[in-house]
Write a protein that binds this ligand. Structure first.
Ligand SMILES: Nc1nc2c(ncn2[C@@H]2O[C@H](COP(=O)(O)OP(=O)(O)OP(=O)(O)O)[C@@H](O)[C@H]2O)c(=O)[nH]1
Ligand SMILES: [Mg+2]
Length: 427
């Protein structure tokens, strides 16, 4: 409870508010009219008057009627957690996509409140089919909102199409997404891992989302790493819905990096929230590397020992101080390559575009050139007349890339498992 209010206070400060007081109440069931009890409302009214407050924020979602009833008593604005989070998102949104997605979520929130108020009114009016006076206005408002929402969805579809085109340019690249509770250190980690020089030079990715960077895992393997929206307890569902296309990045990643702030007293609950949110995104079963971050600020040595014992596969790091980053890269590489397939391809040098495709989709371990005749190959030293020069490419590839190469090369018998020493070519 206290931790939840701490988080709410953090959110409030993020939105630019100064927090002066907190009130809590335990109730077996919330009061339908005001959520909190009537005595509590009085206490709240006294407090807001004393402090001359501008705003009261509730950690629980309130119905429009409850908001209206409490506001009447306290003489200042009342916002619930969902409204607060939507406000923060609105003020943070920078890109066209983010702005559109937030507006869509805000309208959805507003619309649901209209609907609920409408339900309430129609009940007052005495039932089905009767049209009360306030109802007409609300229906008109709804129609305006629906129209605007339809327009925003069209805009998002358009942005989506552009993104899909951009993602095509990433063919063959391994992608990783940073996920985690808000404030876990995802952005700091990406900054620490990303190769700035590469980013600046690599024109190909200049059009990608600003949050996707190239990270070099070792001298011949790099990944495209994306930073994403932080998750939070009770993340408004509407927000997840409208941020689907941003979160597509997560869904389409090859691997996930789950960043955890170990200095947070509630880190375990936060890990659960992240797992649940990933479940909603249908991304829960992806290979995931857990990174316990901020170990530089960790005072509890027993906790550290316990974490190491309970999570032997996790990485312990400090994004801020650059601790554990090499291990992180090694472990990430292992995770990425754990089900890679190793193969050898034989491709006539007269087909450079096929050779290029192997390079694009696979990680080349070794490449050499040989001469082939009558379906067999001979080494370059024993040149044969009329023979064809062939590239022998020994490579590794992710299963999905391997499948694509098989489709392109297998019918010609140009693809062999790595163990096969005797090559055959049906060119
Ligand atoms: N002590 C310490 N602080 C860190 C570390 N990594 C990040 N921080 C701090 O934690 C805060 C949040 O870091 P961000 O990188 O913005 O976190 P985030 O996960 O991107 O947060 P959202 O974008 O809000 O989801 C910042 O004040 C960072 O300086 C670390 O390793 N050690
Ligand atoms: Mg961030």
């Amino acid at each position: 409870m206290r931790d939840h209010l701490n988080e709410l206070e953090h959110l409030a400060r993020t939105a630019g508010a100064d927090v002066t007081d907190r009130l809590t109440q335990s109730l077996n069931s919330p009061s339908p009219a005001t959520f909190i009890g009537s005595g509590k409302v009085k206490e709240l009214a006294r407090l807001t008057k004393e402090r001359d407050s501008d705003l009261v924020i509730s950690d629980d979602e309130l119905s429009p009627v409850q908001v209206k009833n409490i506001e009447k008593k306290i003489d200042c604005k009342l916002l619930d957690r969902t409204g607060l989070i939507l406000d923060i998102f609105a003020s943070r949104a920078q890109t066209r996509a983010a702005k559109t997605q937030v507006e869509l979520a805000q309208l959805g929130y507003l619309r649901s409140r209209l609907t609920r108020r409408w339900t309430h009114l129609s009940r007052q009016e005495g039932g089905i089919g009767t049209k009360g006076p306030g109802e007409k206005q609300i229906e008109m408002d709804r129609r305006i909102i629906d129209k605007r929402m339809a327009k925003l969805r069209e805009k998002l579809d358009e942005i989506d199409r552009q993104r899909t085109t951009q993602r095509k340019g990433r063919e063959g690249y391994t992608t990783a997404s940073l996920v985690g509770y808000t404030n876990a250190g995802k952005s700091t980690l990406l900054n620490a891992l990303a190769d700035e020089d590469l980013e600046a030079e690599d024109r190909l990715f200049a059009t990608l989302d600003a949050t996707t960077r190239t990270v070099e895992l070792d001298s011949n393997k790099e990944v495209l790493m994306s930073d994403t929206v932080g998750f939070i307890r009770k993340l408004p569902h509407r927000l997840i819905e409208s941020f689907r296309s941003t979160l597509d990045e997560v869904r389409e990643s090859d691997v996930l990096i789950h960043v955890v702030d170990v200095t947070h007293p509630n880190y375990e609950e936060q890990m659960r929230v992240v797992a649940e949110t990933l479940g909603e995104l249908e991304a829960r079963d992806k290979p995931t590397l857990v990174v316990f971050n901020k170990i530089d600020a960790m005072e509890d040595r027993t906790l550290l020992r316990r974490l190491r014992r309970n999570h032997p596969d996790a990485v312990f790091a400090s994004a801020l101080r650059g601790i554990g980053l090499e291990t992180l890269k090694e472990d990430l590489l292992d995770l990425i390559e754990q089900d890679y397939v190793e193969r050898v391809a034989y491709i006539p040098v007269s087909e450079p575009e096929v050779i290029a495709q192997v390079h694009r989709l696979g990680d080349v371990i070794e490449e050499s050139y040989e001469y082939a005749e009558n379906g067999g190959l001979e080494s370059l030293n024993g040149e044969v007349e009329g023979a064809q020069a062939v590239a022998r490419i020994h490579f590794r590839a992710a299963p999905r890339n391997d499948a694509r190469l098989q489709e392109a090369l297998d019918p010609r018998g140009a693809l062999r498992p790595a163990e096969t020493e005797e090559p055959v070519l049906n060119a």
